[in-house]
Design a binder for this molecule. Sequence first.
Ligand SMILES: C[S@@+](CC[C@H](N)C(=O)[O-])C[C@H]1O[C@@H](n2cnc3c(N)ncnc32)[C@H](O)[C@@H]1O
Length: 257
Amino acid sequence: MAQPPPTNTLPPDYGIDAPGVVRNLFTVTAVGLTLFGTAKAGLWSGVFAHVDFAFTGLSAGLTCGAMGAWMLYDSKIGKLREREALLDHLTWRGDEAVLDVGCGRGLMLIGAAKRLKSGVATGVDLWQAEDLSGNRPEATLENARREGVAERVQVATGDMRKLPFEDASFDRIVSNAAIHNVYEAEGRAQVVRELARVLRPGGEVVIHDIRHVEQLAAGFTEAGLEVKLLGSRVFQGFLALVTLGSLRPNVLVARKR
Ligand SMILES: C[S@@+](CC[C@H](N)C(=O)[O-])C[C@H]1O[C@@H](n2cnc3c(N)ncnc32)[C@H](O)[C@@H]1O
């Protein structure tokens, strides 16, 4: 009988961000293109004569299709490419205690663990299915096995607004596309206070997110950290315009004195 291949020959699977949003975008694409096709075939002639069904269907279908395709590309290819660039913003000795906040299936966590020789990378998450497909701690640990760093990775269940860790527990904190899932400004301010609390003096933080990064930067400055925002204002302004303010990505790097 054929044996299943050893797990470390399989590639890691970091899931699809916001799977419900991706599904809805492709549903609107299918409906829009059907509307376009049926309008062109004359099925709507005489109905709502003042509505251009072909144009409406085509523009909604193409816009949503492009957004859905971009989200899939980013989950499967884009964010893997960005991970190393984000981690390169921090300094590494190889013995750090690292925390990945909202680690999901371990994209940043495992990238950080690969830079360690003796340290440990800890991922904390609430494992919310609506934020990431297949979001479970077992999936994160399986990805760590597939990437060959299982012995340097651990996961914890917890809310980033009230982290289950002692003060000054970590040398490096990383986070990708996670903190925007805390919808209230006060909740995000709480997250910043928690990250500042669990970071050791001299510790460093890198955060990439699709919005609210400027608020996080202001919070870290208030908590006494040195902060730099690295995102391009032109790119941020362009994306904010085409997505009606929904995407305003930026990268923050901070250091605790
Ligand atoms: C879009 S996923 C990104 C996962 C991962 N950082 C990545 O880049 O692939 C957002 C993650 O944030 C987690 N999350 C959302 N709110 C959280 C909270 N309050 N505390 C901890 N994790 C949270 C979700 O469960 C999810 O795993």
